[in-house]
Design a protein around this ligand. Structure first.
Ligand code: HEC
Length: 157
């Protein structure tokens, strides 16, 4: 009897931990096809990214250290097309509240455009950046936001 209870408890525990590890499906912003995260650049599967995969919330938002790192990576990887202040250049501005892809007002949507790209010159960034680096850049983009706070969906639960 004791053994039976133990087996039941173990199975229940395994099921709960599986459920809590469930990952969101990330989709290409244009095609809607699921993104294949297995092609990600090595080294980006950090604790922060593991958490993000489950919650769709960027744990680096508001983290000063992360925002600074994200700023530095943004300057080399994005500013050439989006401008140093993300004011827009060849690509659109990223610090205001107008989005070509409205899902960019959520962290999941923003990651989807970064990882999988959008149209034209906005290619998939997984080629050059790890998933963790993308989260750092995203935290920087949220940090310099100048739009309407009510439209900042990533801050909502
Ligand atoms: C070679 C130029 C180029 C580079 C480099 C580039 N982008 Fe873009 N980006 C674009 C263009 C052009 C678009 C518009 C594409 C579209 O509308 O589909 C765009 C679109 C976007 C969008 C969607 C904006 C919206 O209004 O919905 C986001 C977010 C974005 N880029 C973020 C980034 C970030 C972050 C980086 C750096 C990791 C980056 N881009 C690097 C050219 C670039």
């Amino acid at each position: 009897m004791k053994q039976k209870i133990l087996v039941v408890a173990t199975v229940a525990l395994a099921l709960t931990s599986m459920a809590s590890r469930a990952e969101l499906t990330f989709r290409n912003a244009i095609t809607g096809q699921p993104l294949d995260l297995s092609v990600a650049k090595k080294g980006g599967d950090t604790e922060a990214f593991k958490q993000f995969k489950e919650t769709g919330k960027n744990p680096y938002n508001g983290d000063k250290e992360a925002v600074k790192k994200g700023h530095d990576i943004y300057m080399t990887a994005c500013s050439g097309c989006h401008g140093h202040e993300a004011e827009g250049k060849l690509g659109p501005g990223l610090a205001d509240d107008y989005w070509t892809y409205p899902a960019n007002a959520t962290d999941q949507g923003l990651f989807e455009v970064l990882f999988g790209g959008a149209s034209g010159m906005m290619g998939p960034q997984y080629v050059n950046l790890s998933n963790d680096e993308m989260l750092l850049i995203m935290a920087h983009i949220r940090d310099i936001y100048k739009g309407d706070p009510k439209k900042a969906k990533w801050l909502k639960k």
